[in-house]
Design a binder for this molecule. Structure first.
Ligand code: ADP
Ligand code: MG
Length: 237
């Protein structure tokens, strides 16, 4: 449960599920300031399946990290389901990250010493209200969604790239989030596997109505997706 109290009526005005207003993010690199996001506005609706397209360095990862509450904005406002993420305390941010948002990385980020099953279990171990039985049910169901039931006792390094990404997708799904963010999820995969992964994400989106935003610089994926969000120099164009 999020505990942040909203204090001004203004906080309730936003109707979109995700709303970013005038987001700015600057990184300090030695003497140089890098303006990664320069006043970015973006809204996402519930159940949307959208791609974030832009060249390398355009700010895709910065934007996804802010949406995933992995990084904080320097300026601007981020609303998640009408709650202002900027004003959340650390406990609420942890709950948001763990229960409401799934994140899929380009390089999978699986823990090599754990089995497939244990990797998917990790985000649920933090949720004390989920019993061991429910945990097992949810992990098996997530494995079924990505068609990897037969691999539950395998270590990740015995799997192909496409199979690893399926496990990472299952791990993102298992908490039943309302938003799944994927940062170039197919960049390390061949084109056939890429299409299978995108088909899988689309199927999950249709079945669960979870909102998806995935970044890519692969124009070939464009015709698979309803909405394309283009980013350039830290702004949506
Ligand atoms: P993309 O994912 O589209 O390639 P990024 O969001 O990673 O773009 O980067 C946007 C800009 O911010 C780039 O110029 C990048 O070098 C810079 N940047 C991103 N992260 C950092 C960081 N942690 N420290 C310094 N500069 C960064
Ligand atoms: Mg990136």
């Amino acid at each position: 449960m999020l505990t942040t109290k909203l204090n001004t009526p203004y906080d309730y005005i936003n109707m979109a599920f995700i709303d970013l207003k005038n987001i700015k993010k600057t990184y300090q690199l030695g003497e140089t300031q890098i303006h990664a996001l320069r006043g970015l506005d973006l809204s996402l609706n519930k159940g949307e399946f959208a791609s974030l397209i832009g060249p390398s360095g355009s700010g895709k990862s910065s934007l996804l990290h802010i949406l995933g509450a992995i990084e904080q904005v320097d300026q601007g406002e981020y609303f998640f389901n009408d709650i202002k993420v900027n004003s959340m305390n650390d406990d609420d941010l942890s709950v948001l990250r763990n229960e409401k948002i799934g994140f899929i990385f380009q390089s999978f980020h699986l823990v090599p010493v754990l089995t497939v099953f244990e990797n998917i279990e990790l985000p649920l171990l933090i949720q004390k209200q989920v019993s061991q039985k429910e945990r097992t049910d949810r992990i098996l169901s997530a494995l079924e969604s990505v068609k990897m039931q037969d691999f539950k006792n395998h270590p990740p390094n015995k799997l192909s790239g496409g199979q690893r990404q399926r496990i990472a997708i299952a791990r993102a799904l298992v908490t039943k989030p309302s938003l799944i963010l994927a940062d170039e999820p197919t960049a390390n995969l061949d084109s056939e596997t890429t299409h299978h992964i995108i088909d899988l994400l689309l199927k999950i989106n249709q079945e669960t109505k979870v909102t998806f935003l995935f970044s890519t610089h692969d124009e070939k994926l464009m015709n698979r997706v309803d909405r394309h969000i283009r980013i350039q120099d830290g702004k949506i164009i």
